[in-house]
Structures are given as C-alpha cells and as structure tokens.
Write a protein that binds this ligand. Structure first.
Ligand SMILES: [Zn+2]
Length: 239
C-alpha cells in the first residue's frame, strides 16, 4: 500500500514546480509589455527631437526672410537719402525725413526680431544636442534590454523543459486519483492544494493547528485539511 504522506510529499514537489512555471510564464509575458511601453516612450521622445529640428529650420528660414526685408529697407532708405539732396522746399524735406525716420524705426524692430530668433536657435541647438545624446542613450538601453530578454527567454525555456521532465517523472509515482484531485483544485481555485505540516503549524498559512489535529495528521491515511486555508496537510518526519 502506498503511504498517503509520501504521495502528498511527491504532489507537493509537483505543486512547487507548477508554481515556479506559472511565475516564469507571468514573467515572460510581462517583459514584452514592458519593452513595448519603453518603445512607445522612445518613439515619443524621438518625435520631440524631430519637432525641435523643425522649429530650428523654421526659425532660420524666418531669420533669412527678415534679413531680406532689411536689405530692401536699406535700399529704400538709400533712395530717400538721395532724394533729400535734390529737395527744394522745407515741406518736401520734412516729408522725406519722416519717411526715413519710419524706415529706421522699422529696421530697429526687425533687427530686434532677428536677435530674438538667433537666441532661440542657439537655445534650441543646445537642447537638441542634449536630447540627441539622451535619445541615443535610451536607444542603446532599449537594445540591451531586448538582448537581455532574448537570453533570459532562452534560459527560461530550457528551465521549463527540464521542469516539465521532472514533473513527468514524479507523476509516474503518483496515484492518479490524488493527481486529478490536485489538478481539479488548481483549475477551480487557481491556488495551491497541498502544504506540509511544520512544527504543528500549516506550512501554507502558518496557523498553529489544534493539537488533536496536529497529532492525528502523521498517523492518518485520510486526507485532512488545514481548518483555516483548507490546504491538504501531510507530514514527513525529518529522520
Ligand atoms: Zn493553512
């Protein structure tokens, strides 16, 4: 006759393997999501860098167009200055003077705008330099994370395979009835089924068992459960 406690101890080994396999499965599923999230962040960051490049180009274009306007103003002013030489009346002179004054004012405003644009471009270039370095750093990090994950996955797949083999071997020594009881419980509850009794306490929830139950467990060949967490308890003596 097969000893129930020996059977439950084997089942406990199967359960440990299953818990580990579920953990690995969860982990291998969560990493791609993490990588995907990082990828989205990286793409956003790349877009911000591109936006900066575009702003620089536009500022430089605007600056060129204002420089063109300034050249036209200078030409206009030169013309007016020439005209001034040949004016006959005070009235004509004053009118020209006013026009020149207006052009001077306009020129000053445009020069201010150019200065502002130059400063903005300088600042943007500085920001772009920093952002590019950061982007490259993040891209390298992302690439390393992917490589790490691929290596980890290979290792975990290997572990899973050997764990599967181990499980198969243990199950050959297991009573089918107990095994299917375990599998049904796990399917229904998504939780563990069996726990060892240690120092008179449940090895799952750590609750101290009533002395009568604790005394009965090592002797019985019947399935007894922890009154608190409902785990099936077994006892294997250490000697
Ligand atoms: Zn318990």
């Amino acid at each position: 006759m097969t000893d129930l406690h020996r059977q439950l101890a084997l089942l406990y080994e199967v359960q440990q393997l299953d818990v580990k396999a579920i953990g690995i499965h969860r982990h291998t599923q969560s990493v791609p999501q993490e990588i995907k999230k990082l990828e989205t962040e990286l793409a956003d960051f790349g877009q911000r860098v591109e936006a900066k490049k575009i702003e620089i180009q536009e500022s430089e274009k605007k600056q060129r167009s204002i420089s063109g306007e300034l050249e036209l103003l200078t030409e206009q002013r030169n013309k007016l200055t020439m005209q001034m030489r040949s004016v006959k009346t005070n009235k004509e002179y004053e009118a020209l003077d006013k026009e020149i004054e207006f052009l001077d004012q306009k020129e000053m405003e445009l020069e201010d705008t150019i200065l502002e644009l130059l400063e903005r471009v300088d600042q943007l270039n500085e920001e772009l330099k920093e952002a590019t370095v950061e982007l490259e750093r993040q891209q390298t990090e992302q690439l390393n994370r992917k490589k790490e994950y691929a290596a980890e996955r290979t290792e975990l797949t290997k572990n899973m395979r050997s764990m599967g083999q181990q499980r198969k071997e243990i199950c050959q020594h297991l009573d089918h009835k107990i095994l299917s009881q375990y599998e049904n419980w796990v399917k229904r509850r998504q939780d563990t089924f069996v726990a060892p009794m240690r120092d008179g306490a449940c090895g799952h929830c750590q609750m101290k068992l009533p002395p009568q139950l604790a005394g009965e467990i090592p002797k019985t060949q019947e399935i007894l459960r922890c009154p608190v967490c409902r785990r099936v308890l077994f006892f294997i003596s250490c000697d």
